[in-house]
Design a binder for this molecule. Sequence first.
Ligand SMILES: [Zn+2]
Length: 444
Amino acid sequence: MTEILLKNADLILTMDESRQELSKADILVRDGQIAQIGQGLESEGEEHDVSGCLVTPGLVNTHHHLYQTLTRAVPGGQDALLFGWLQTLYPIWSRFGPEEMFTSAQIGLAELALSGCTLSSDHLYLYPNGARLEDTIAAASELGMRFHPTRGAMSIGESDGGLPPDHLVEKEAAILDDMVRVVDAFHDPSEGSMCRVGLAPCSPFSVSRDLMRDAALLARDKGVMLHTHLAENDEDIAYSQAQFGCRPGQYAEELGWTGPDVWHAHCVKLDGAEIDLFSRSETGVAHCPCSNCRLGSGIAPVRAMRDAGVKVGLGADGSASNDNGNLMLEARQAMLLQRVANGADAMSAREALEIATRGGADVLGRPDCGRLMPGKRADIAVWDICGIESAGSWDPAALLLAGPMSVKHLFVEGRQIVRDGHITTIDLPRVIERQNTLARALQA
Ligand SMILES: [Zn+2]
């Protein structure tokens, strides 16, 4: 039995059923799970003094393309719209291989961890030069991050009227075979799981109707989740109407892509009927506010989604469309965007934090994560509120209005992976150096 005790937190935001906020309280962790929360707790195990700190559940990232941390701020893609941006980057990504996938995933996940994230999904939809999903799983495992990788795919190349170049797409039979392989090898459905695999054809404009349907059938057969991009911008809606004769929501519903085991990234352009469909079917949404701003896609109707009862989580999205991987900044941006669209009372800092934590956990089918309650996983973010960002703050729970935007300590399944603002599990300076070497080679 391993215990750790977080002692004397100034404030704990539990995100439990009644959203309790506890002053001067402790958290006792036993074998990766929260055992007790309250005052005056004691333990024989390791003790951490967290006085002067705000404690929240670890943040949950519901959408990312970790490999893209190797293509941040690429000049030709800096100011392009979505489709033009993709066409700039495809030739660069086609030169990736296993080491690029591993290193970029480690950088992306470490960056997320420093911003308080304890559980991240990833959407890897291209596999050039021998790259495999397990390259990213190894990166997450070494870092100690809870990970939900998805086996993405693209099958319609340029010569078939799709967007990606032909050499970056795969045959659909091979995609389905590899989906079976990675689920069988790496998916762990148990409570407290550190790795759950999902199936994720890249988007309706890069795979066939058949693959969308077959992936949905396979996911249900295997009991894993489904993920893709949907209704990201006006071009996306126009493509759906021209190619499929319907809006994205209808296309998704017809192919089995709605339900509690499905979550869609972006959904910036969902209309009222689609919001209603997502609510009725318990389909989740990964809201990516900075990416939506960066690509000029628009403001997702998150207020309307939440009011309708749609499950919404946050996504950093790939670093080539953000290009920052700080999930706390995403939460702040989510709050600000809803205010731009609907007024200053449209979203509170606490609601944005709720979306970032238990909201994301619910989208990923993880009711065991995203809240600090006895019996839940010990994924815990500790924020130092004695620094310059918090000086003068009257309400530390309104973290997103002031700061800080990076953690002091971070625990995943009770294991400390950030201590005093530094990653403990990997040699980050060495990984950064390796990443820069790989990026220079791609530019050559
Ligand atoms: Zn994306």
